[in-house]
Design a protein around this ligand. Structure first.
Ligand code: NAD
Ligand code: MG
Length: 300
């Protein structure tokens, strides 16, 4: 299947006959099989070309959505993959691991809640042990709560969960991973269009994504002399369990329609950005950058 066919297929899946998604809701952390339509993670389309041969990679939130698409592409490109996820996402995680093993690569499962510092240390240790080292860390786990009731109504629990998941864990995981990373290794953080064009309903989440951009550029400067690259990917609206689990139901139907391409993206459409940034050959001089995959929304 050619890449233009993949694009056409994704466009068909995300628009449907009525031009939107069926209204639907889930509870966090969300499940892939409960989604209608089930997202496209590149299962039938990604063709590996050995671009990440032998790399040992850890992907947080690798059970579903963007993380699953990255895991499938990384494995088909020759990488071994450890994934972290919440314990209640075991079913999704096993599906992802199945695709990695089907590609002939090692899959290591590391369930843990990353809002605790000790868990972040343990996840990195388990990945290093299971893979025999670490070359690429993808800080992809994230959470949001989209509610338009304003900052004054925002609970301590919500602020705490969003900041700990999206930011504290980023610091803890990266700090634990760095001693294991050598020359040619890299870190890829997951930002968002929300860092550039924030929605009031995502005040806390958007702030964390702007901070992730700043962290990315600054850490790239810190570790560049060690030959370690640090980059980020900023997705636009992507059809993943996070959306029906956190967006208001009324907003799901037109999800992504406000982009220049006029539709939401599928997780599989993100994988190319991650494979490129992880590739020590193709992205050897790329560090401190944020690569937008937004359906045309500006990331500057
Ligand atoms: P997703 O729900 O498939 O993935 C998010 C994952 O984060 C979950 O699978 C879960 O395993 C993990 N996670 C959440 N809280 C955790 C915790 N406390 N401990 C451990 N893991 C935890 O959704 P996704 O959209 O693929 O999200 C992946 C990343 O993409 C997130 O950082 C998100 O902010 C970012 N993003 C998504 C979109 C979008 O439209 N879907 C847009 C911009 C950025
Ligand atoms: Mg999940």
């Amino acid at each position: 299947m050619s890449e233009s066919d993949i694009g056409h297929r994704a466009a068909e899946m995300t628009t449907g006959p009525e031009g939107g998604f069926p209204a639907q809701q889930q509870a966090l952390p969300g499940s892939t099989t409960a989604m209608e339509p089930v997202p496209d993670h590149g299962e039938q389309s990604w063709v590996g070309r050995g671009r990440l041969e032998g790399l040992r990679t850890l992907i947080t939130g690798g059970d579903s959505g963007i993380g699953r698409a990255v895991a499938i592409a990384f494995a088909r490109e020759g990488a071994d993959v450890a994934i972290n996820y919440l314990p209640e996402e075991q079913e999704d995680a096993e599906d992802t691991a199945g695709w990695v093993r089907k590609a002939g690569r090692t899959a290591v499962l590391c369930p843990a809640d990353l809002t605790e510092r000790r868990s972040c240390d343990e996840v990195v240790a388990a990945a290093v042990e299971g893979l025999g080292g670490l070359d690429v860390l993808v800080n992809n786990a994230g959470v949001q709560f989209a509610r338009d009731d304003g900052l004054e109504a925002m609970s301590d629990e919500r602020i705490d969960r969003v900041l700990r998941t999206n930011l504290h864990a980023l610091f803890w995981l990266t700090r634990a991973a760095l001693p294991h990373l050598g020359r040619g290794a890299s870190i890829i953080n997951v930002s968002s269009i929300q860092a550039y064009e924030p929605s009031t309903s995502l005040l806390d989440y958007a702030s964390t994504k702007a901070a992730i951009n700043n962290f990315t550029v600054n850490l790239a400067a810190e570790v560049g002399a060690r030959g370690i690259r640090v980059n980020a990917v900023a997705p636009g609206p992507i059809w993943t369990p996070l959306q029906p689990a956190t967006q208001e139901e009324a907003k799901i139907e037109a999800f992504g329609a406000d982009t220049p391409l006029g539709r939401a993206g599928q997780p599989g459409e993100l994988a190319g950005a991650f494979v490129f940034l992880a590739s020590p050959r193709e992205a050897s001089y790329v560090s401190g950058t944020v690569l937008g995959v937004t359906g045309g929304k500006p990331v500057f």
